[in-house]
Design a protein around this ligand. Structure first.
Ligand SMILES: *Cc1c(COP(=O)(O)O)cnc(C)c1O
Length: 237
């Protein structure tokens, strides 16, 4: 009775339950409602069977980094398409926007206006609006993609005005740090940026921040979507 699929399903189901209880504990700690934080299971480098196992455990929202790998996986899981939500969280080049506009539900990694314009042009009219976040380089690392915080207001206003896409909020991947306070600081900066945009008339509801190692710090600063790979699926190969 212990086929490989069953043990994978059991393992992923147990890991999902652990991550949900970490999120719930962080919400309690911060006086937040447990359902105010959504879990995005980051399935990059994981096979379609791992996504199937998470689906069997009741999970529906998955994050992918690499466009071609994601397109292959979305196709392999085609019979589940209507029940799954696919989020692109990795870098997006302008020559790859068309298949992304056609296949995904969300893109978290919009880092320039041109990308959003192309996604808007290429989103098929029969689909719901593509949900977008702007990626912000909160730590100011030269090596990281993302808009500088000072660039965000102008780009956000322009993206919010595009058809066929809906700007939902901001995403970041902070530099590694040690200690709870140091982990919180960049998440706080992203929250403050979102608050400032909403004070200028935007209506953004999404802070995509926090991963396996810092989700508690992100929830403490107002994350509404945590992107968790390793803690859900185990170590990547
Ligand atoms: C890989 C990745 C994650 C998940 O990282 P883990 O540490 O495995 O939880 C989240 N966000 C982005 C953008 C990633 O590339």
């Amino acid at each position: 009775m212990t086929s490989p699929e069953h043990s994978l399903a059991r393992e992923i189901s147990a890991r999902l339950a652990q991550v949900h209880s970490r999120i719930a504990a962080a919400c309690t700690q911060g006086g937040r409602a447990a359902d105010s934080v959504h879990l995005l299971a980051v399935s990059k480098t994981q096979p379609a069977d791992a996504v199937r196992a998470a689906f069997a455990a009741g999970h529906r929202a998955f994050g992918e980094n690499y466009v071609q790998e994601a397109l292959d996986k979305i196709a392999a899981l085609g019979e589940l398409r209507a029940q799954l939500q696919w989020h692109l969280i990795g870098p997006l080049q302008s020559n790859k926007t068309r298949p992304v506009a056609e296949a995904f539900d969300w893109v978290h990694s919009v880092d320039r206006l041109k990308i959003a314009q192309r996604l808007a042009e290429q989103r098929p009219p029969g689909l719901p609006p593509l949900q977008l976040c702007l990626q912000v380089n909160v730590s100011g690392e030269a090596s990281k993609s993302g808009l500088a915080p000072a660039e965000v207001p102008e780009v956000a206003r322009a993206v919010a005005a595009l058809p066929r896409v809906r700007l939902r909020g901001l995403m970041s991947i902070p530099a590694p740090a040690q200690g709870f306070e140091a982990l919180r600081a960049p998440h706080r900066a992203l929250r403050e940026l979102l608050t400032a945009l909403n004070a200028q008339g935007l209506a953004l509801d999404t802070l995509s921040m926090g991963m396996s190692d810092d989700l508690e710090a992100a929830v403490a600063e107002g994350a509404t979507m945590v992107r968790v790979g390793t803690a859900v699926f185990g170590a990547r190969a």
